[in-house]
Structure formats: structure tokens, C-alpha cells
Ligand binder design. Structure first.
Ligand code: FAD
Ligand code: NAP
Ligand code: SF4
Length: 678
């Protein structure tokens, strides 16, 4: 057998009593499936990733008792009956040759229910609830509950547990002076604040035995005021090593930190230095995390000695076969996580099971089958018009089923609007989705015709059994006096670089595209992780507790007004987990947010409008229209009139509430439907 690609990533890791086949950990990620009474969907989800060859997986957070619930009735591990239910998961994983650990997570003051407890009664800035302070007796009981949960996890067939000691959850709340104001033996000095994590680890080790993997996820960079000092982190890591941890995973940033730590604006591998910093202090294998999404980045981190393992959570949601493809040197086939958070974390915040924007099958493995190749489909010709996310997704699925697919694209490249999205500073990852689909289309023998704007007559004569219209959208042109004035630009002009943009700019429309255009016009792309640290005030020297430093913002120097007619919060429809960072990045650059405006006209003076009841003139060089979009589906009527079978997906079907998640998903659903038609 040939040597595997990425030799460091695919070297085994010997933990003494067990050996992990490679250095890739699938990090914990809440999917919502763990809270169901039937865990078969969760089992199928993990089994697919085990089949894909990942070294070790960690479940989403499971509480050791009711008070530790993230939300009412979320998953816990407190009874033998609960442990038995998890056998579905562990057996499915082991049948695929994989290994899995259960994450023990006590939410502490982040719990979204009234039973919440914490070391001290301090409300978290991101929570509506004030926690109850834990009595010494409750602390002892909670430690016992952790131990009991670990024993049950073992009984359930898990290969280990991960103790969640970071991201600002209960254990982290004991560690940091920010949240631990106690004056008894559980607070005050570092030794007292470390007592809870160490006692939890001891209880877990004692209850679960020595031949059981125990990972401790240690917050190594809190990114909040009054977090841990570096010396405290080292001292605690050493204590954890002495008390029986097998692996130390890196935790970065509390959930209440106002610094993006996993969003697409974070450069790849931007936090590997944190793990590397601890390597001299302990002998335990260390796991690097956050924004590691390619085998190349993982290999670089391991080869340079920054860590012993790498953790990827969302990248394995995006591609269950990540490890196998990486090992076989098929990186270009990997469906790369673009760190958008839209279908994973944002779903969870909306109370829906997680999935993935670029892989709608994630967490739906039992619902959305993998297409079956049928040689007899080769006779059946299908036209897909438009190679944006919807068209690419549909064409790839159909091609994989063996259909003779012709994909027509008016532009000179695949990708549709993703070709604009990838130009936004911090959204460069969107190019990976285009690369992924182009590889997939090639492998599926889809015939791609670039630079071909097809018309109804041509399609009607093509002998196609089905015609899929994925022609997308066109920008909406508001009806406003002066809309034809030379100062007015469309976002296409700006992002395609066909027009030079002046120093003073008003943007009409503050949806996703308005925010992106504002970013494009004010933000300089980061050329190194250091620039990102500086922008967000991350201090790698840990001069202050929590690793916070002074932010240094660079800008293009443009003066910008972002406008919307609706009253209230700007960008209200941006993702819950990323919208705040977009808003903050623009505010730091002095962008003016004006909501509740009324537009009157545009002329040589600029944009005339009313804001807060006052008429104003914005004397700007340019006005950029980001006023939403309308469907482009002019081919539908003539094709249907000609008696052809026509389907519309993505923006061509409906422009309202369109995003790439819906576009890709509709492409997949339509392909499956066509595949089932006789
Ligand atoms: P499109 O992407 O518009 O693709 C349609 C394609 O059809 C085009 O390539 C067009 O050239 C082609 N076409 C049209 N007519 C013909 C014809 N007659 N013959 C041949 N080809 C034709 N969405 C998100 O979910 N998250 C984001 O972060 C995000 N960021 C964005 C940033 C920007 C700057 C922009 C512009 C969009 C962003 N979007 C984002 C929106 C997302 O890109 C769209 O929702 C998605 O591309 C819609 O997919 P689609 O396939 O329906 O249409
Ligand atoms: P959008 O989110 O619907 O926003 C359109 C904006 O235009 C709104 O702010 C709206 O505000 C304004 N508008 C609508 N009609 C108008 C009119 N006639 N005159 C003046 N203003 C008008 O659409 P989008 O920004 O074009 O984005 C398209 C899709 O791409 C979105 O649905 C989004 O999901 C997706 N996207 C997502 C992201 C992301 O980061 N997640 C980024 C980019 C794009 P008022 O009506 O209040 O004035
Ligand atoms: Fe990654 Fe976006 Fe998929 Fe989440 S939804 S796994 S962030 S690509």
C-alpha cells in the first residue's frame, strides 16, 4: 500500500491501553439529535463519520444531572435506562470500526432554564437567567454526578468521555475569577478555583476505570475580562495530567466573548499557537482546535509540532468522508466547511436539528439517501440551466445517478453568486464550495457548458426529458426618482469591480448583501492571523487575564451609511451566531447604521431621505443598491407552453428568503424526486 497522504495526520496515537488510528478528532458539536428519545438518527450520523475513518469522535454535550441541562429536557446521562438508549449509537459506531467518547457538559450559568446553578450568582451577559449559587453540598453532589455519568457512559459502550471544562460552562466558571467569587474552599486562590475541575476528573477516572479515554477540554484562551492567566492555565494543565487525563483538548473563547472564534472571518488555524504554547509544560497529547478545515492545515499544525491531534467538528458535518479522502490524497473531493454557521449552529439556536449548508444530508442520513447509480439512466437527458449552488447541487446528484446531464451556465465560471460572495473579506472560503462542486460534477460526468446563456427555443429542441431552471435572481431596482443617476451602482458593479467606488457611500438595503458590500468597501482582508488577532484585540502574550489586548482596527478609510426602511435592529436576519460580529466589525470602522429611513430621490447632491422625521441629504459619491432580489425565471412559461417538463429551484423558484442553504437543498431534493420518477 502507498504511504498515506498527510503522514502526520494519519499516524496512530498510542494512549497506552488503546491506540487511535489517526490524529483526527471529531470535536463535540451539539446537533439536537442527542435530545431525541430515539437515537437512531444520531447513530446513523456518527456511523457515517466512523465509516469515513475519523480517529475518535466526541458527542454533543450531555449533562451529568438535570441542573446541568443546556435547556429543559435536553440530553443527560443519569440512569441505566439512558445509558442503554445510547447503545444504539456506540454499537453503530463500533460496527464501522470507529471510536466514540461522550461529552459531559454541565451548562452552569449558560443553562436556559430556571434550575441553573453556578459557583456565584452572576448572570451571564448572554442569558436571561440569574443562576443559583451552589452550596458546598451541591458541589460535592455534582462531582459525584460527573463520576456516575462517566460510569454510565462506559456501560453504554462509549470508549471514553470528554469533560467540558471550557467555553464558559460550569467547570470554566469555577476556574476563572470572572465567575467564581466564592470565599470558601471552592473559590479565591487558584488552588481553590481548580479544586472543582480536578475533583471532577478524579471522580470520572475513579468511576470509569483506567482503560477508558478521558479527554479534558481546557479553556486555554478565555477572551473575556477576568479569565485565567497563562500561569494558571499551565498549572491546571499539569494538575490534570497528574490526575489521570489522557488527552487535553483546547478550548478557545467563552460563549459570551465578543471576539469571533469559529466564524468564517477567523483565518484557518488561527488558534493553533495557543495549543503550541502549552506543549512545553505537559507530556499529555494536546489537541488543537478552531478553524482547522483542510487536511493540509491539519498536517501543517501536526508536522510543525504545534499539537498532537487536531479537532474538527463542522468539517466532518460538511463531509463525513473527510478522513478517507484526505488519507487517499483526494483533498479536492472534500466538501469543505466554509464556517458560515448557517445550517449548524444557527439551526440549533433556532431550535432545529443541525445540518450543513454545503451538505444537506448531515444529520439527515436516515432521511436523505445517497443516490444510486443506475446505468439505464444514461439514456435520459436532463438539462440544468444555471450553475449556481442550486444548479450545481442538482446536476451533481443527477449525474451520480447516471443521468445524461447537461449543465448550462451563462457566466464563464461555475458558482453563480458564490463568485461574488467569495470576494467579501472573510468569506474567501466560499470558493471551496465551487471547487468541491466542480470536482463532483466532473467525476459525475456532467457535461458543463460555460458561457452559454440558453434560451427556450434551444432547450425545447434539445430532447430533454426534464429541464431544471436554476437561473437564480436579478437585483431589485427600487422605484425611486433619480435611480438612473450615474451615482447609483448595483452591488454587481461594486463586487465585480466594474465601477470604481468613491470615498463616501450610502448603501440602500441592509440585508446579508448590504452588510457584505459594506464589509467589501471598508474592511481590508487579513493577510495573516496576526492581523486578525490585532483587529479583535487578542494578546498572545497574555499580559492581561483572559488574553485580551487592545484592538487595532484598519480600514479602507471610506465613510459609509448603511440604510434600511424597517425600524429597529440592522441585519436582524443575519445569522444569530455571526450577525453580531458583522455588525461589530462595521461599527468599529465607523459605518453609520440608519434604520427607519424613507428615501425621496437621488440627484447630483446625493441621496435625499428622511430619518427620525428629519429630511436630510447624504452628500455621497455613490449609492449602492442592495435592495433585495427578484427571481429570474423567464424561461419557465415558454417551456411549459411547449409541453416540456420544467422544474424551478433556488432563486429562480422564489427570491424571498433565498439563501445558499435553501438553494443547495432544493437541488438535492429535486434530483432525488427525478431519480424516483419512472
Ligand atoms: P445563483 O447563484 O444566482 O445562480 C444562478 C446562475 O444561473 C447564475 O450563475 C447565472 O449566470 C445562471 N443563469 C441565469 N440565466 C441563465 C441562462 N438563461 N442560461 C444559463 N445560465 C443562466 N447565501 C448564503 O446562504 N450565505 C451567505 O453568506 C451568502 N453570501 C452572499 C454574498 C453575496 C455577495 C451574494 C451576492 C450572495 C450571497 N448569498 C449568500 C446568497 C447565495 O449566493 C444565493 O442564495 C445563491 O447563490 C442562490 O443560488 P441559485 O443557484 O438559486 O442562484
Ligand atoms: P435581503 O436580506 O432580503 O435584504 C434586502 C434589503 O433591501 C433589506 O434591508 C430591505 O430593507 C431592502 N429593500 C427591499 N426592498 C427594497 C426597496 N424596494 N427599496 C429599498 N430597499 C429595499 O436580501 P439580500 O441582502 O439581497 O440578500 C439575499 C439573500 O442572500 C438573503 O436572503 C440572505 O439570506 C443571503 N445572504 C446571506 C448572507 C449571510 O451572511 N448569511 C450574506 C449575504 C447574503 P427595507 O425593506 O427595510 O428597506
Ligand atoms: Fe460548516 Fe456552514 Fe456546514 Fe456549519 S453549515 S458545517 S459552518 S459549512
Amino acid at each position: 500500500m502507498n504511504a498515506p497522504s498527510h503522514p502526520h495526520l494519519f499516524s496512530p496515537l498510542d494512549l497506552g491501553f488503546t491506540t487511535l488510528p489517526n490524529r483526527l478528532l471529531m470535536g463535540s458539536m451539539h446537533t439536537g439529535l442527542e435530545d431525541a428519545s430515539d437515537l437512531s438518527r444520531l447513530a446513523a450520523y456518527f456511523a457515517a463519520r466512523a465509516r469515513g475513518g475519523v480517529g475518535l469522535m466526541v458527542t454533543g454535550g450531555i449533562a451529568p444531572n438535570r441542573r446541568g441541562w443546556l435547556a429543559p429536557f435536553s440530553a443527560k446521562m443519569t440512569t441505566v435506562a439512558e445509558a442503554k438508549r445510547h447503545r444504539t449509537v456506540t454499537e453503530a459506531v463500533h460496527a464501522e470500526g470507529g471510536k466514540i467518547a461522550l461529552q459531559l457538559l454541565h451548562a452552569g450559568r449558560y443553562a436556559m432554564h430556571p434550575l441553573l446553578v453556578a459557583p456565584s450568582p452572576l448572570r451571564a451577559p448572554i442569558s436571561p437567567f440569574r443562576p443559583w449559587a451552589m452550596s458546598p453540598r451541591l458541589i460535592r453532589e455534582t462531582i459525584r454526578d460527573f463520576g456516575h455519568a462517566a460510569a454510565l457512559a462506559r456501560e453504554a459502550g462509549y470508549d471514553g468521555v470528554e469533560i467540558m471544562g471550557s467555553e464558559g460552562y460550569l467547570i470554566n466558571q469555577f476556574i476563572a475569577p470572572r465567575t467564581n467569587k466564592r470565599t470558601d474552599e471552592w473559590g479565591g486562590s487558584a488552588e481553590n478555583r481548580f479544586r472543582f475541575p480536578i475533583e471532577v476528573l478524579r471522580a470520572v477516572r475513579q468511576q470509569a476505570g483506567h482503560d477508558f479515554i478521558v479527554i479534558f477540554r481546557l479553556s486555554m484562551l478565555d477572551l473575556v475580562e477576568d479569565g485565567s492567566t497563562w500561569d494558571e492555565i499551565v498549572a491546571l494543565a499539569q494538575a490534570l495530567e497528574q490526575n489521570g487525563a489522557n488527552l487535553l483538548n483546547t478550548g478557545i473563547g467563552w460563549h459570551e466573548a465578543r471576539i469571533p472564534t469559529i466564524a468564517t472571518v477567523v483565518p484557518r488555524g488561527a488558534y493553533a499557537w495557543v495549543t503550541a504554547r502549552l506543549r512545553y509544560a505537559v507530556r499529555l497529547p494536546l489537541i488543537a482546535t478552531n478553524r482547522i478545515n483542510t487536511p493540509e492545515k491539519a498536517e501543517e499544525i501536526l508536522a510543525s509540532g504545534q499539537a498532537d491531534m487536531v479537532s474538527m467538528a463542522r468539517p466532518l458535518l460538511a463531509d463525513p468522508d473527510f478522513a478517507r479522502k484526505a488519507r487517499e490524497g483526494r483533498s479536492e473531493e472534500i466538501n469543505t466547511c466554509i464556517a458560515c454557521n448557517q445550517a449548524c449552529l444557527d439551526h440549533i439556536f433556532a431550535g432545529k436539528p443541525a445540518s450543513c449548508l454545503v451538505n444537506p444530508r448531515a444529520c439527515r442520513e436516515t432521511i436523505l439517501p445517497i443516490p444510486i447509480f443506475k446505468p439505464e439512466n444514461a439514456r435520459r437527458r436532463i438539462a440544468v440551466v444555471g450553475a449556481g449552488p442550486a444548479g450545481m447541487s442538482c446536476a451533481a446528484e443527477l449525474g451520480e445517478m447516471g443521468f445524461q446531464v447537461h449543465l448550462f451556465e451563462a457566466g464563464n465560471a461555475l458558482g453563480g453568486q458564490f463568485n461574488l460572495a467569495k470576494r467579501i473579506p472573510g468569506k474567501e472560503e466560499f470558493a471551496e464550495t465551487i471547487r468541491y462542486f466542480s470536482t463532483r460534477l466532473r467525476k459525475a460526468n456532467v457535461q458543463v457548458f460555460l458561457g452559454r446563456r440558453v434560451g427556450a427555443a434551444e432547450l425545447a429542441e434539445g430532447g430533454f426529458e426534464h429541464i431544471v431552471l436554476a437561473t437564480g435572481v436579478v437585483p431589485r431596482q427600487p422605484s425611486l426618482p433619480g435611480i438612473e443617476h450615474p451615482k447609483v451602482l448595483s452591488y454587481l458593479d461594486v463586487l465585480n469591480g466594474t465601477q470604481r467606488v468613491g470615498q463616501r457611500v450610502a448603501i440602500i438595503g441592509a440585508g446579508g448583501i448590504g452588510f457584505d458590500v459594506a464589509t467589501f468597501l471598508t474592511v481590508l482582508p487579513h493577510s495573516s492571523p496576526e492581523e486578525y488577532w490585532r483587529e479583535w484585540g487578542i494578546d498572545p502574550t497574555y499580559a492581561r487575564r483572559g488574553g485580551l489586548g487592545e484592538a487595532e482596527v484598519t480600514s479602507t478609510g471610506r465613510q459609509l451609511w448603511l440604510l434600511q426602511r424597517t425600524r429597529g435592529k440592522m441585519g436582524a436576519r443575519l445569522g444569530k451566531t455571526t450577525g453580531w460580529a458583522h455588525r461589530l466589525a462595521l461599527k468599529k470602522r465607523g459605518v453609520q447604521f440608519w434604520s427607519g429611513v424613507e428615501y425621496h430621490r437621488i440627484d447630483d447632491e446625493g441621496l435625499h431621505l428622511t430619518v427620525n422625521g428629519q429630511a436630510q441629504t447624504l452628500a455621497v459619491d455613490h449609492i449602492v443598491l442592495c435592495a433585495g432580489q427578484e427571481s429570474l425565471n423567464d424561461l419557465q412559461a415558454p417551456l411549459e407552453a411547449a409541453g416540456l417538463t420544467v422544474h424551478c429551484i433556488g432563486g429562480a423558484r422564489l427570491a424571498a428568503e433565498l439563501d445558499a442553504e435553501r438553494a443547495i437543498e432544493e437541488g438535492l431534493h429535486l434530483a432525488l424526486k427525478i431519480g424516483q420518477m419512472a
